[in-house]
Design a protein around this ligand. Structure first.
Ligand code: ATR
Length: 267
């Protein structure tokens, strides 16, 4: 029987997850299908009952369900617990488990950097910022947070015991890595905005944007022009998805092929 997978979120809008996972299933000859399920917050309890009955073999979870889904699970990883959010559901020996692969997604593209930055500033204080802070701390970087609304930045900073830098002073420090998790630079009204002047990065600095639409935000374009290294949000999206696929199937989808697929979808 074809195994069922999918993504829940509201509003779900356009998501590249179905294309990615269905490509992986086809490439490895697995009898499985991944669908997009827009789900209103009120409908979450009934859906979670369905996950167990149908059963649904694996689920990606996105906004606004990443925290709300946690009480419905049998086991939650330490990492997801520390971040306070789950983006992946999978089964292990009959137990419905919650994991957060956003952390793996955020750090995977950094592992090949040479030289490796020593300090990182995370811009923003939402869910993506929490994953970035957790991931960079796991890598051993010195991490700080800066957020437009100071109180929210301070709350995140306190949870991870890292400093909070005032938004007006965020460019003052010669950071090794600056990671944007705000929507500044996203296509639409914010496309011509940028959260940081890359000339203010350290000389070996890295500009990392979680935004992947457009692929080259103004932040990344200016960083490139200033001779700094860049990482696009596509890499985080790709690697969080590869990690989900591994949890669900025990197999690895071809990374280069998957990247080519996503690049074509975003071109
Ligand atoms: P996610 O969970 O995807 O990270 P989120 O929880 O909506 O998204 O968080 C978005 C982050 O981007 C917030 O930290 C927000 O800052 P505020 O706390 O001040 O709202 C930040 N953000 C959104 N729009 C912004 C803008 N125009 N300039 C600067 N920061 C912005």
């Amino acid at each position: 029987m074809t195994r069922a997978f999918g993504i829940i979120g509201w509003p779900l809008g356009h998501t590249m997850s179905p294309a990615l996972h269905n490509w992986g299933f086809a490439e490895l000859g697995l009898d499985a299908r991944y669908e997009a399920w827009p789900l209103r917050p009120d409908d979450l309890p009934a859906f979670m009952a369905r996950v167990r009955e149908t059963p649904i073999h694996g689920l990606s979870v996105t906004i606004p369900h990443k925290r709300a889904v946690m009480p419905f699970l049998d086991r939650i990883s330490d990492r997801a617990q520390a971040i306070g959010a789950v983006n992946t559901l999978y089964w292990d020996n009959g137990l419905l488990c919650g994991e957060n692969t956003d952390v793996v997604g955020v750090v995977a593209p950094l592992r090949t950097l040479d030289p490796m930055p020593r300090s990182a500033l995370v811009l923003g204080a939402g869910g993506a910022a929490r994953a970035a802070v957790a991931g960079f701390l796991e890598l051993g970087l010195e991490v700080a947070v800066s957020n437009r609304t100071r109180a929210k930045g301070e709350s995140l900073a306190a949870d991870f015991a890292v400093p909070c830098v005032d938004w007006d002073e965020r460019m003052d420090n010669g950071w090794g890595l600056v990671c944007n998790t705000t929507p500044l630079g996203m296509s639409g009204d914010l496309a011509d905005r940028t959260p940081f002047d890359p000339a203010r990065l350290g000389p070996d600095g890295v500009a990392y944007d979680i935004v992947y639409n457009p692929l080259k935000t103004r932040f990344l374009a200016e960083a490139e022009a200033a001779g700094r290294r860049t990482i696009s949000g596509l890499e985080m999206f790709l690697h969080q998805g590869l990690a989900q696929f591994r949890l669900w199937t025990g197999r690895d989808m071809d990374e280069d092929g998957a990247r080519t697929l996503l690049l074509a979808a975003l071109a």
